[in-house]
Ligand binder design. Structure first.
Ligand code: SF4
Ligand code: SF4
Length: 382
């Protein structure tokens, strides 16, 4: 049985969050657990979700007040704390500045690690991927603590603690993994292997304000007053996915984690400490159903035809589009899936792998994940 702490925290107020975090650590074993997690002299790397250069308080990224509260607690155990991430688009430094993390880090003397400095790391007992080009800082830190945000995700349905470490792969190298692993099953195994490599030790998931709908960048902020903490990142994600209304096995990387005994996923294997699931379940939450729960995908011609007819796809909300063409630049598929005949994107769905990098990157939320008409008639979007 794996312990996970489920806490109520109703506002982004540093002292309130710190109090909740200390309560969570206490529930999970208190000082003894903390000293085991962070042995004397250990270096700790914080891995926030810095998806892009978002404004302070944005629901797209890890909130700067969570970041500050975590640092305040960890300072009791080590003086060697750093943080890092590598956004898929744009620089880390700019993202850290606009989101408010840089200012907090400077105040507490927490340096930013250079995630563009990468090394080749070999995965112990891989499910699929034997090695990665990965940020040296993530590989060399004694303790890696993931600070994800609870959000919906076009490709994976949900994103949290496991997906957050995808940012340990430098910048544009990330996009190539979508091309190499177009099937959500393989992409999921890749994410699990990456976490095995960097050895994610703990997760503190920010769900005070989560994101529903068109996540992970263009969804709607949703007040949930929730923090989830634990040493098992699959258990943290499973609990978060359950709260917002998914069966955890609807999330492809949790399905693979369960299938391969990578980590606890089923609620019967997770002991929830603090609040109960019933207490913290929101009255409603707008989910997304990506291609991940379809039973076919791949590159064969028949599969391609099915995918083009039935797979969820990016669609344009033209009145929101500013013709910046970032969606075309981020698309990992070659030849190009997106062209811009009259300045606006147009997709060739027969070539699209439904990775939704374009939807994720769009600065205006002008791309939605939608099922084609036939799939809706067949109720594949449910
Ligand atoms: S990224 Fe968004 S705003 Fe820019 S061209 Fe594509 S759809 Fe339009
Ligand atoms: S068009 Fe969008 S969803 Fe399709 S492959 Fe390119 S980035 Fe991925």
């Amino acid at each position: 049985m794996t312990d996970v702490a489920l806490l109520r925290c109703e506002e982004y107020h540093v002292e309130s969050i710190e109090k909740s975090l200390r309560e969570g650590f206490s529930l999970l074993g208190g000082d003894a657990m903390m000293r085991k997690l962070i042995p004397a002299g250990a270096s700790v790397l914080l891995k926030p979700n810095l998806l892009g250069a978002e404004p302070k308080g944005s629901a797209v990224v890890t909130d700067y007040r969570i970041f500050e509260a975590v640092i305040r607690v960890l300072k009791d155990y080590t003086g060697h704390i750093s943080f890092g991430d590598s956004p898929g688009f744009g620089g880390t430094r700019k993202a850290a500045e606009t989101t408010g993390l840089s200012e907090v880090a400077k105040r507490y003397g927490v340096p930013m690690a250079d995630f563009d400095d990468w090394v080749v790391g070999k995965v112990p007992d891989p499910l699929l991927v034997p090695q990665f080009d990965v940020a040296r800082a993530a590989l060399e830190a004694d303790v890696l603590i993931s600070l994800p945000r609870l959000k919906t995700h076009g490709m994976m349905n949900y994103t949290g603690a496991i997906k957050n470490q995808f940012g340990c792969i430098s910048g544009l190298k990330k996009a190539s993994w979508h091309s190499r692993m177009p099937r959500s099953r393989d992409f999921s195994r890749m994410l699990l292997d990456l976490n095995s490599l960097v050895g994610t030790d703990f997760a503190i998931l920010d769900g005070i304000v989560a994101m529903e709908g068109n996540g992970p960048k263009s969804g709607t902020p949703k007040q949930m007053n929730t923090l989830i903490m634990g040493e098992s990142i699959s258990a943290v994600d499973s609990l978060a996915a359950t709260l917002i209304g998914y069966d955890p096995l609807d999330v492809p990387y949790l399905k693979q984690a369960h299938k391969h005994h990578w980590g606890p996923v089923l609620l019967k294997d997770i002991r929830v400490l603090g609040k109960t699931i019933e207490e913290m379940t929101p009255e409603s939450f707008q989910l997304v159903r990506g291609r991940s729960h379809m039973h076919f995908s791949g590159s064969g011609p028949l599969n391609r035809s099915f995918v083009a007819l039935l797979a969820p796809r990016p669609v344009l909300v033209q009145e929101k589009c500013i013709s910046c063409q970032q969606c075309g630049k981020i698309c990992p598929e070659r030849p190009h899936v997106i062209d811009f005949p009259e300045g606006f994107p147009r997709w060739d769905y027969s070539k699209c792998i439904s990775c939704f990098c374009c939807q994720e990157i769009c600065p205006k939320g002008a791309i939605l994940v939608r099922y084609p008409r036939l799939a809706r008639i067949l109720r594949m979007d449910r």
